[in-house]
Design a protein around this ligand. Sequence first.
Ligand code: ZN
Length: 370
Amino acid sequence: MSKTGFVWHERYMWHDTMSAAGTYRIKGDLQPGLHIENAETKRRFKNLLDAYDVTPQLQALPFGEASDSDLLQFHTPDYVQKIQALSDAQGGDAGEFTSFGPGSAGIARLAVGGTTAAIKAVATGKVDNAYALTRPPGHHAERDIGRGFCIFNNMGLGVLSAISEGLTDRVAIVDWDVHHGNGTQQVFYDRSDVLTISIHQDMLYPVDMGTLAENGAGKGEGFNLNIPLPPGSGGGAYLAAMQQVVLPALEAYKPSLVVVGCGYDASYFDLMSHMMLVSTHYREMTRMIKQAADQFCDGKLMMNHEGGYCDFYVPICGMAVMEELTGIQTAVRDPYANTEHVPVQALQPHQQDHIDRARQGPLAHLKGRS
Ligand code: ZN
């Protein structure tokens, strides 16, 4: 059993993304409903952890709201002021698809604080590993604009804090949210002390980013890897991408800490993508990444909850990840795993072509630079 740190706060659930039709902001033209990024997936995951007595076996980590100076490690002063002013008034939009109501600046600061606390707790050895169940998510947030439901870059800021305090010096961030980790890529694009890897659906969001050619710049050249997979990829493609690109990249880089951008929106049931993972694949990817962390950095692994939009399925996939991370076995069973109802797709030749291009391009480039 691992000693696993846990970050959760009820206020994360109070971040209001305002009524919408999916992600579309209503203008009196369509029936208002819940925004697709709402509290339900994450609240239900926490409820499942509670219902199966997992939560008391985790170590609750203390944390608070990130300060201005924490945020200014990456974000611009104008952007931080804009978010705070909108939040203090009636809310607004942080930039692109990132609507929020009054008070969300404080909640977004609390998400940065939670992720940062979890990264530091792992880096210092206070816990073996950690899971941060935060909201709003962070991996799309860029320096001066919020994008894709993300206000501040939780993972990027957490890693910057840990490095600036001398707690770690070589971090690998593996982002398997189905969307490209554009914000996190931007944070570390010119740095070699943080390797950023993103596996995502090709040309999904942001539609013009996440290409094989985005390899980093300056000192960071070679230290950013994108693995775009074609729509329709299932467990076969994801596990092959992990085996053939992600794990060799970690072996070449030899991080002192691994952070995972753990989105669940590549699942078969997700409304925001066209991938086909079931919980057993999230379990297997977690097992792989945990073994790599054991091998290279004494198991120092922090997992940060990012996207995932299927109310009933995110908690099931999340429990599979949590069981692997902690070593706890629960009685939760995935009724959708390995049944004839879900076409769990084997690796297809065109998917292998995508993986080969990532192997021959960015992975080879990294190996040449490490
Ligand atoms: Zn996503």
